[in-house]
Design a protein around this ligand. Structure first.
Ligand SMILES: C[S@@+](CC[C@H](N)C(=O)[O-])C[C@H]1O[C@@H](n2cnc3c(N)ncnc32)[C@H](O)[C@@H]1O
Length: 475
């Protein structure tokens, strides 16, 4: 059976609810919200429903159902009882008087059905399985629910406040549609959803008045790999992109959320970036990622300069060894508005998915995030400080220089049997972990032929992981 979704204005209309238990209560809350004039008919009444009666929100006719009570004065009749015969009688009486009827859990006795509702007033999303499986409809509602920002309704408030002005200034329907698309993808939308509706109206008004509007750049942290680890805000930004610049650490599954007309640009092609990521063999290394970065900077300025919303999707967190700061600076110098959405950095993702607590009351009181890039070229790290035992080291881009890093930590006094984990492709389905000690991990990693992006975790806490099979560190 196909049911056409319509939103019904019930304000002031009479509704009869037969039954007064938990099921009835759920329906009553929505009916009350819709402003219906409600009569509840049942021999026994749930205390909350009595309280609603006492608050003047409905009236109660406390007796068993009598079909005579139904008349064409009612707009809708609902049967919310467990008694099958009662529902059948409610249905027959409602049909006789040509009023709408819903019998809970009896699709064949319904002319209208209740959807699962997502409430972001004034935006309401209704999900229905056409009566086939209300449980599935509720599950789907849960899926959609997490995608919709809780402050979505504020966008509707913004639209409402500008509606007549936009209509006046943009008589063409297409121009209005293009304008609203731009507003909903702009920082005006972010301001509105952040509760700053006045500032949002101001921003959208200036977009309306300006002939050409400078675009925006949003740096978005995509998380380490598992697409479920992106933030809700990050996902929303992807959905609103005119242009999406992504690098090779970003899981391609996230690109599916972009609009169909968005321009997707891969700025992580093999080449200079590999040297920057450090996860290749020494022979493959090239001088730096500067050339590719210059191209990324050029693309940001070119596209945002045309008034587009540019999303720069970066692996992990944009501000952790991600050159996010440089990109922001370039955009700011070009007069482009910028924002940053944090992401879960791969160091944290790797630790969690490997089961390694980075701190521990007895073993590690601090964590250091450092880059292993250029260690081979004698980068100036404070090795004695890094060799202290009461801390955990999380090393990015350290694969190429792994042997040097271990060597220097040993020379600076860190114990040979300090546990180490190398987490390759962390949080992806094909994540691999190589376990070892400071004195043998380079050989183990070489034997395992590790080539993907990897995080190196050094410290006693590694031995707390379930997968650790080495000796436990001495107390
Ligand atoms: C240029 S840095 C970018 C770091 C990123 N901004 C972050 O917050 O995770 C690249 C390095 O991050 C690490 N990395 C990124 N994604 C990873 C993953 N899924 N698994 C392991 N390491 C990863 C590797 O050490 C890689 O060489």
């Amino acid at each position: 059976m196909f049911y056409l979704p319509l939103f019904h204005r019930l304000h002031g209309s009479r509704v009869l609810v037969v039954g007064a238990g938990q099921t009835a209560l759920r329906k009553l809350r929505w009916l009350r919200r819709a402003g219906a004039r409600i009569t509840v008919m049942a021999p026994e009444v749930h205390p909350d429903i009595r309280r609603m009666r006492d608050a003047g929100e409905l009236s109660i006719d406390q007796r068993t159902f009598d079909p005579e009570v139904i008349s064409s004065e009612f707009t809708l009749a609902i049967s919310a009882t467990d008694a099958p015969q009662v529902s059948e009688r409610v249905f027959a009486a409602a049909l006789k008087h040509k009023i709408l009827v819903n019998c809970v859990d009896r699709t064949e006795l319904c002319t209208v059905i209740f959807p699962a509702i997502i409430d972001r007033m004034p935006i309401l999303v209704a999900v229905s399985s056409m009566g086939a499986s209300p449980t599935l409809a509720r599950t789907v509602r849960g899926w959609i629910e997490i995608r919709l920002p809780s402050a979505l309704g504020k966008l509707a408030v913004l639209a409402e406040r500008l509606r007549s002005q936009v209509k006046q200034q943009l008589p063409s329907v297409d121009a209005r549609k293009a304008f609203w698309d731009r507003v909903f993808a702009s920082s005006a939308a972010d301001l509105a959803m952040g509760g700053q509706v006045d500032a949002a109206v101001e921003r959208a008004t200036s977009m309306l008045n300006e002939q050409s509007v400078a675009g925006t750049l949003v740096l978005v942290g995509a998380g380490p790999g598992d697409p479920d680890l992106i933030t809700l805000r990050g996902l929303r930004e992807i959905q609103s992109a005119d242009v999406l610049l992504f690098d090779k650490l970003v899981n391609p599954a996230l690109l599916d959320y972009a609009r169909r007309d968005a321009e997707l640009i891969d700025v992580g092609k093999p080449g200079p970036r590999e040297a920057m990521d450090g996860e290749t063999t020494a022979a493959q290394r090239r001088p730096s990622g500067t050339a590719m970065q210059a191209e990324v900077n050029r693309l940001i300025v070119a596209h945002a300069g045309m008034g587009k919303k540019v999303i720069r999707l970066k692996g992990g967190d944009p501000f952790i060894f991600g050159r996010g700061g440089e990109e922001l600076q370039v955009a700011a110098e070009a007069g482009i508005e910028t924002q940053v959405v944090p992401g879960i950095t791969s160091g944290l993702g790797a630790a969690c998915y490997a089961g390694i607590p980075l701190t521990h009351r007895k073993m590690s009181q601090s964590v250091r995030f450092l880059t292993g890039h250029r260690v081979e070229q004698s980068i100036n790290l404070d090795w004695p400080e890094l060799a202290r035992t009461d801390q955990t080291l999380v090393v990015y881009m350290g694969l190429v220089a792994l042997a040097s890093i271990c060597q220097r930590l040993l020379e600076a006094g860190r114990g040979q049997k300090t546990p180490v984990a190398v987490v390759e492709n962390a949080t992806f389905e094909h994540q691999r972990i190589i376990w070892g000690y400071l004195d043998d991990i380079p050989v183990r990693v070489a034997n395992a032929d590790v080539r993907g992006p990897s995080i190196i975790i050094v410290g006693e806490v590694v031995s707390l992981a379930e997968g650790w099979s080495g000796e436990l560190p001495r107390e």
